[in-house]
Design a protein around this ligand. Structure first.
Ligand SMILES: C[S@@+](CC[C@H](N)C(=O)[O-])C[C@H]1O[C@@H](n2cnc3c(N)ncnc32)[C@H](O)[C@@H]1O
Length: 224
């Protein structure tokens, strides 16, 4: 068995690696960060913001789960005074702290509940959420299949799961990132396009769409 590489700046998410700060910087800067995304993984960062906008279309009284919330990039979809319950869940406390800081800056902290949670064992009831968002997450989880099933379990019938992930069958360009990420413990096994579709179906989602932007796949489905 290969020993995990000790790469400076990388390491488990709970250790708040340097990479996490760089990643957060990239997603929060549409121009400079967007250029990094285009050059590094051939992907349009604008699609992440467009997908997060679905949060802003939820009516008052809705419940939204953002897992993993990371530094809170999806908060840009949440409107002030929208009147929803927004649960921001992540395995790393440092990420939750960043999310709450971002929520305060955006004036939406009154709607946000931070929660330490493992996506593979979510501490929520079946069907608790109307919308589950999981951006740039699946490829970071140790068991992405279980993660999709868990996110499906907590999605209400008629609700939506939407998210994005760095997928495996996307060519050689991102192979070094994926390999180093895995050996360092920062990334998990991820998935192919077919696996994402199959897992979404298994989790009870219909009308599944999967749109590729470079190496990032944007998936969305409606819970039957
Ligand atoms: C690349 S960041 C993405 C965060 C955010 N959604 C975004 O798009 O910026 C990946 C996040 O996954 C979290 N994470 C890793 N494993 C996890 C797990 N098993 N359960 C919950 N969160 C996890 C990390 O702490 C990190 O915040």
């Amino acid at each position: 068995m290969l020993e995990k590489l000790r790469v400076p700046g990388l390491g488990g998410w709970s250790e708040d690696p340097l990479w996490a700060s760089f990643y957060d910087w990239s997603v929060e800067h549409p121009r400079a960060g967007g250029a990094v995304w285009r050059l590094g993984i051939g992907s349009d960062l604008g699609l992440l913001y467009a997908a997060a906008a679905e949060i802003g279309r939820q009516p008052a009284g809705s419940a939204v789960l953002d897992v993993p919330c990371g530094g809170g990039v999806a908060l840009r979809g949440l409107r002030r005074g929208q009147g929803i319950r927004y649960v921001a869940a992540d395995i790393a406390q440092a990420m939750l702290d960043r999310t709450m800081e971002a929520a305060r800056e955006r004036g939406v902290a009154d709607q946000v509940e931070p929660d330490i949670a493992d996506v593979g064992d979510l501490p929520y009831a079946d069907g608790e959420f109307d919308l589950v968002v999981s951006f740039t997450g699946l490829h970071c989880f140790p068991d992405p299949h279980l993660a999709v099933l868990e996110m499906g379990r907590v999605t209400h019938a008629g609700g939506v799961l939407t998210g994005s992930a760095l997928l495996n069958d996307t060519g050689l360009r991102t192979l070094p990132i994926r390999q180093v990420g895995r050996f360092s413990g920062l990334l998990g096994p991820s998935a192919t396009k077919a696996e994402v579709r199959a897992w979404m179906a298994e989790a009870g989602f219909t009308d599944v769409t999967l749109r590729m932007s470079g190496a990032i796949g944007y998936f969305r489905g409606v819970k039957a």
